[in-house]
Design a protein around this ligand. Sequence first.
Ligand code: HEM
Length: 81
Amino acid sequence: MSTQSVSFQNDIMPLFNQYKANMIWRFDITNYEVVKDNAQMIYDRISNQGDSGYMPPPPFDPFTPQQIAMFKAWMDEGFPP
Ligand code: HEM
C-alpha cells in the first residue's frame, strides 16, 4: 500500500479531466508538469468560491471542500506524480 495519500494520476487528473476541453486554450489541466507549474494559481481559482474568477465556473458545480483539500494536500506533499 502506498504511503502517499494523493497522486496526480489517481486523484487530480481524473478530477480535472472532465474540464480539459474548456481550459485547453490556456493550458492542459490533465498534464502533470503544467498543473504542477501552475498549482498555486489553480488552487487560488478553485478555492475562492464566490469570486468572479472561480473555477470551474457556473453552471458547473464548485469543487467540494474535500476535493479542494485534496488538491492542497497534493501541493503540500510535493506534487506526487
Ligand atoms: C478543474 C477545472 C478548472 C481549472 C483548474 C481552471 C483553472 C483556470 C485558471 C488557473 C485560470 C486562470 C488562467 C490565467 O490567469 O492565465 C482559468 C481561466 C479561465 N477559465 Fe478555467 N479552469 C477550470 C475549468 C474551466 C471551465 C469548465 C471553463 C468553462 C466552461 C473555464 C473557463 C475559463 C475562462 C473563460 C478563463 C479566463 C477568464 C478568467 O481568467 O477568469 N475553466 N481557469
